[in-house]
Design a protein. Sequence first.
Length: 400
Amino acid sequence: MVTKTLREKTLEKQIAIQPKDVKFCKRCVMSNQRPRIVFDEEGVCSACRYADEKKNTIDWKTRENELLKLLDKHRRNDGQWDVLVPCSGGKDASYVAHQLKHRYGMHPLTITWAPLKYTDIGFSNLQNFINSGFNNLLGSSSGKLQRKLARVAFEEVGDLFLPFIYGQMCFPFHMALRLGIKLVFYGENGEAEYGGNPKNNNRSYMPLEDWAEAYWKGTAIDNLIDYALKNKDYFSKKDFDSSDLILYRPPSIEELKLANIQMHWYSYYHKWIPQENYYYSSQNTGFKANPERSEGTYSKYASLDDKTDGFHYYMAFIKFGIGRAMSDAAHEIRDGHITRDEGVNLVRRYDGELPKKYFKETLEYLDLTEDDFWNVVDSFRQPHLWVKANGKWKLKHQVS
């Protein structure tokens, strides 16, 4: 397989606007290479500044009163669902669904978009969550199409996970439309919590017109399909029917407005602390962590559902120099669970570790050889981040 050079990878919109002068936050360990993150004149990232707002500025009692008014507006007493919660059975959405049901007396329908390749622990956690007392719909796409889309996304966007993210965001809104549920609740506003454009910090939702930039790396499903049809010999119109794409596309803004469907983040109304969500879900919905740490980081309880998930984080390390350990350590520093020095040591120890456990299964899923895989990986290494010395790639900059 012939791979394109980095500068020809037009579907990955984030790379072209990366700053070439690499800096690390003075408070946490996050790099300015994270897409859409902002550093102020003191060298502090937008996620750390938002953490300050959470501690010192936001009136959480007022926010909860806003939540109560919102829920009372949508609460139903006719035996029907009144809120839809996208939930894989993981710690965060399980916490949200349980809170809405048992703390606020709502009647949630939970909805799951199936991962590319379920892990045993991921499927077990979903079953534990359902068995703890929740209705759930599990949605899946055409397996044949999704495998090919994952390969295109890996080769041209540097993230095989992109087709999953399309469905994860779009499927719940299609179901909300069809079932007459007007309120959709997600967990955290990742743009605020982990570093993004500060304009999103005090929004309770993400406008549909911003999804492509915030969630899809600038490439929506039709962009990916059009590119694949023109440039990939393994992809043709025979691989899919137009109906196969419905759940990868969001409903139109007009449809959502007409049906008066709203999305909200629970993190807007309650201070978001992932580690506490883990303890809560363990106690209330049967959530279990991995018996071993996740490859590429030191934690055991986040992003456990998909066998290919480790490569989503690994490719972030390749493209931006930001691996799974850096992402975990940064927010745990902000939450006060570890010090910056501890975070630096964890990043240096675990960041960039190749996910070996499901490596062969992932290659088989993508229909790639190991040489193909490394050709794609190396095509995303940017010269301001990587240098090759004595036959080995090394990052030019590391947090210290």
